[in-house]
Design a protein around this ligand. Structure first.
Ligand code: CP
Length: 303
């Protein structure tokens, strides 16, 4: 594995290796500083709080120099392309690039053009993939439920069609052998059949939640209302908002995940987001450990 562009096709052993390494970092305090001398750039063409900050913290804990590319003050504003930006940073000796871009396939395109020895990590491209979010979600699930992925029942709820998080989660859940994957949302927000391979698909939230061990909520992208795919935020909340009452359809020890940022009161209520079954801040904490594992594995692989 030279780059991390998607979880699609990632062998189970590679995924489990990353989970184990991230768990090691989560369990052991102290900064290993194994990437001293490396330079890593967070190259984000779209906004981010969690992904960018956790990658920066992860790279710092591994001892790397961290450069933060700010698109608003960069020469991208003068029309410089992403590829020229990459080439110039490579010329400065930057070895690792964590890239977020609005276009599907943009990170893969940059990876194809990169110098040998350059490593690219997809931090979210278009609707395609957000692999480190998928990985940290699996780490969070494994901490809560153990290794019994085969017997887990998991529901993914919301705007699946436009969600790169959902696609990466679905790839990871399948690789880990989760036997019962349910996908739920209003018809205009459901993806194509290929994305849904092997999933039970429903537009009924109570059916989706019935007896599940984990609920993975997705952010409603508000521009979907402007596109006419959702009638109103209130109607969406009535149909697909996770309330404490609706969560009672799930298993009593079910856990709730959300990648953030949350629309509180739309796809999830405060009492669920901040309640005892919520692992949302655990996901954020795991983001640092998981991104350390990814940076370490790609930039300084074990012999
Ligand atoms: N989950 C996630 O990608 O959040 P950010 O957009 O804040 O990075």
């Amino acid at each position: 594995m030279r780059h991390l562009l998607t979880l699609d096709g990632l062998p189970r052993a590679a995924l489990v290796h990353l989970l184990d390494r991230a768990q090691h970092y989560a369990d052991h305090a102290g900064d290993p500083r194994t990437l001293e001398g490396f330079a890593v750039c967070t190259l984000f063409f779209e906004p981010s709080t969690r992904t960018r900050m956790s990658f920066q913290l992860a790279a710092q804990r591994l001892g790397a120099h961290v450069l933060n590319f700010d698109v608003s003050t960069s020469s991208a504003r003068k029309g410089e392309t992403a590829l020229d930006t990459l080439r110039n940073l490579e010329a400065m000796g930057v070895r690792g690039f964590v890239v977020r871009h609005q276009d599907d396939g943009a990170v893969a395109m940059l990876a194809d053009a990169a110098q040998p020895g350059t490593v690219l990590i997809n931090a979210g491209d278009g609707r395609s993939a957000h692999p480190t979010q998928g990985l940290l979600d699996m780490l969070t699930l494994r901490q809560a439920k153990g290794d019994r992925f085969g017997s887990l029942k998991v529901a993914i709820v919301g705007d699946v069609r436009h969600s790169r998080v959902a696609r990466s989660d679905l790839h990871a859940l399948r690789v880990l052998g989760v036997g019962d994957i349910r996908v739920c949302g209003p018809a205009p927000l459901l993806p194509d059949a290929a994305t849904l391979t092997g999933c039970h698909v429903t537009q009924d939230l109570d059916e989706a939640l019935d007896g599940v061990d984990a609920v993975m909520m997705l952010r409603l992208q508000r521009e979907r209302m402007e596109e006419g795919l959702v009638d109103s935020l209130e109607a969406y909340h009535r149909g697909y908002g996770l309330t404490r009452q609706r969560l009672s359809c799930a298993a009593p020890d079910a856990v709730v995940l959300h990648p953030g940022p949350m629309n509180r009161g739309v796809e999830i209520t405060d009492e669920v987001a901040d309640g005892p079954q919520s692992l949302i801040l655990r996901q954020v904490a795991n983001g640092v450990s998981m991104r350390m594992a990814v940076l370490q594995t790609l930039l300084s692989p074990d012999p």
